[in-house]
Design a protein around this ligand. Structure first.
Ligand SMILES: Cc1cc2nc3c(=O)[nH]c(=O)nc-3n(C[C@H](O)[C@H](O)[C@H](O)COP(=O)(O)O)c2cc1C
Length: 184
């Protein structure tokens, strides 16, 4: 079964997008589509970027752990809130730590916002960054609008059948690229 890491990047006080990470983990376990694990950047608490991991003299254990997880992942899902049309600094801070770990890694996207537009602008900059690093950026993001009312704090969706259907489409697309890469 493919091992999928779900990156939850918000370190904001009272963050909401983490609800979607909790939901996706449950969804993947329930459906047996993949073995999921959440990478919570609030827990890693990385310092502001000063150099890529491979060039650091004594990287922290948290950075090494992050690198090993991305290296070993069959696929990655990035949950991302939209901040002023872009993705959070905490996410850029973590992405830039790694280089080769991202190469040919299938990465799917879940933009989140508290408005009606579901972070429609954030995907452009985030996909471009991952493409620059040589990741396989998977089309068909799972867009989550109105996060405050669409999920509770434990990650339970207000309309489970509807969100399960859309999550399934996003995950199946990611699984396609994971399988395609495996066959190469
Ligand atoms: C600094 C900042 C900028 C934001 N800019 C946008 C934006 O450009 N578009 C949008 O739809 N929502 C925007 N929002 C609202 C977020 O969608 C909302 O706060 C969401 O819950 C953020 O995810 P988080 O709670 O996990 O941090 C912004 C929020 C913050 C804190």
């Amino acid at each position: 079964m493919p091992h999928i890491y779900i990156i939850s990047p918000s370190v904001r006080q009272g963050r909401k997008s983490h609800r979607v990470a909790l939901y996706l983990k449950n969804f993947l376990e329930e459906t047996n589509l993949a073995k999921p694990e959440i990478i919570d950047l609030l827990k890693y608490n990385f310092p502001v970027f000063h150099e890529r991991l491979e060039y650091q003299d004594s990287p922290s254990q948290e950075m090494i752990d992050f690198s090993e997880k991305i290296k070993s992942a069959d696929g990655v899902v990035i949950i991302t809130p939209e901040y002023n049309g872009g993705y959070p600094a905490s996410l850029k801070n973590a992405i830039d730590l790694l280089t080769g770990e991202w190469r040919r890694k299938p990465v799917a996207f879940v933009p989140v916002s508290d408005g009606n537009f579901a972070g429609s602008q954030v995907i452009i900059s985030l996909q471009f960054t991952l493409w620059k690093l040589g990741a396989i950026t998977v089309p068909g993001p799972l867009r989550i609008p109105n996060i405050i009312t669409s999920f509770d704090e434990s990650g339970n969706p207000a309309d489970k059948p509807a969100i399960d259907k859309r999550a399934s489409s996003m995950i199946r697309e990611l699984l396609f690229y994971i399988e395609a890469k495996k066959r190469m």
